[in-house]
Each structure stands twice: as C-alpha cells, then as structure tokens.
Design a protein around this ligand. Sequence first.
Ligand code: MRU
Length: 316
Amino acid sequence: MAYLDQRTLPFETREERARTADDVVDAIRTLAVRGAPCIGVFAAYGVALVRRTLHDDAAFAQAAARIRVARPTAVNLAWAVDRVLASDDMLAEAHAIHREQEQVDAAIATHGLELIPQGARIITHCHTGGLATGGTGTALGVIVAAQRAGKRPRVYVDETRPLLQGARLTMLELQAAGVEALLQVDGAAGAAMAHEEIDLVIVGADRVARNGDTANKIGTYALAILASHHAIPFYVAAPRSSFDPVLQAGQDIAIEQRDAREVTAFRESAAAPESTRVFNPAFDVTPRHLVTAFVTERGVLRPPFPEAIDEVLRVS
Ligand code: MRU
C-alpha cells in the first residue's frame, strides 16, 4: 500500500510503501501518516491489506488489534478499524470510509461557511487540511471554502510545536489555495488576538467526549483560553467519527506522550542541554465551556453540547 510521508513535506514529496501490520503501525506512530481522519482511512486500508496477506485468523486479529491502538488519542482510528473488521469485504469498506470522508469534509466546509464573516481574520492551529483527512479537510476545509466563496479570509497560522504541522502543512495548503496566510509561533496567538483584530479561531479535533470536551493538538487548550479572554469565538470542526460514543468527559481521554527528542532536538540538532527532562503530551483537552460551536457534517452544534452530540451520534 503506497502512502505519502507527511514528515518531509513541503520540502520533499516522498512516497512510501506499507507491506505489513508493522509498517502500518510504524507509519502512524512516526506521524508519516497523521491527522485523525487520515489515520482512520489509512488504518482501514491497512487492516484490509493485512487480511489479504495474513491467512492465520489469530495472527490477523492480533495484527488488527495493534493497528487499532497505534496512537491512543484520535478515536477515528479505532472507529475505522472496527468498521472494517465488522464487514464482509474489508477493502470495499475501506474504500467506503475514504469516500464518506470526502463527502463529510465537503459538508463540514459548507456548514462552516456561515461562521466566517467577510474578510475574517482567523487563527488556526496544527494542520486540518486535505492531507490530514483524505478529503478536503475539516477546519482548513472551511477556510478554503470561505476563500472560494469570495470572503478573502486572512489566516494566522500557529507553527504548532513540536513537529511544525502548521508551518509545513497548513502553510502549504493555504498557499496552494491562494489564501492570505501569516505564519506565527504558537506563543504569538495572544498578541495576535490583542493587536490583529482576530474574528475567530477554528481548529480540528482528535476526540470529542459526549459532553463536548475536546482533545486536539497540544496548544489548543491555551488557544481556547486566550480566545475566551478576548471574547473571540472558538470553533471546532470535526466529523462524526471524531465524536466518541462512549467517553463521557475529557478527563477520560487518553493523551499520547511522545518522545523527548521531539522537544530537545530540532531536525537532529540538539536544542537543549543533554540531560533535559521533557513534558511532551501530543494533545490537550479543551473543556466544553470554551467551545463556541462544533462544525460537523450534520450542521453547526451549539450548546448545550451533550444534547446536540447525542443527536449527531443517534442519527449516524
Ligand atoms: O499529531 P497529529 O499531527 O496527528 O495531530 C493532528 C491534530 O491535532 C489535528 O488537529 C486533528 O487530528 C484533526 S485533523 C483534521
């Protein structure tokens, strides 16, 4: 199975191949394939691939279970793997998940348009574009749709530490779409809100609990607090597959802790003294009271979120 290695973009377009369950797990863990919906689509194809090559049922079940937990926070991963495992034709189901994601992204973009004023100044965090979903993206899809609708947004792009998903990938996709975009360090978001007349923040999600608490890339929580302080709307764009039907609240969401070297080194060069200890959660949880609305393929959800989320999960 061929896939695009997101780690080398935009400097090098590198196509890799996954042949085994280990390859699939490795691609997900190393962030060669990343972004919650994209992880789901990739894992779905990965499980279908492994089924064709591993004929022993017990070995296959074990391999699928390993893929299912390759990363702990994005619920799309387990959701997609479970869907494929429950189907008679795994490859057809993987194709269906991919096709649905394209439709879901288009619907999110359409619904999100109503939240973007003419000439809006927007902050976004991490990367939520087509490369992160397999379609046209979630939060970034809304922004690009606003550009296509002639709203001429200006986007302040958080570089997103520690892997620079914003600097590398969000900037790449916004530039390709002709959207005016300024790259900023994550720590500049407060200054942008204070001095740059920011109208709204829009981000993606890795997992939304039943009550609306939302896990997303580390730094999202701080951004939501800043937005609340400045009375700026804070929107989360996410497909139904990012809503966890089981977990009631954000405190139950497993947060991935990643390698210290992502923080102590920059592209192989040391960036901190050798014995530096590190706190490196990949995600944080934004409590629901800081979220103004969710943009889903079913429409815009406003508080009270538990009821609105129940409804979205019920009709799926
Ligand atoms: O660690 P990553 O790069 O996979 O984290 C990605 C994010 O936090 C995204 O905001 C989220 O997955 C939504 S992608 C549409």
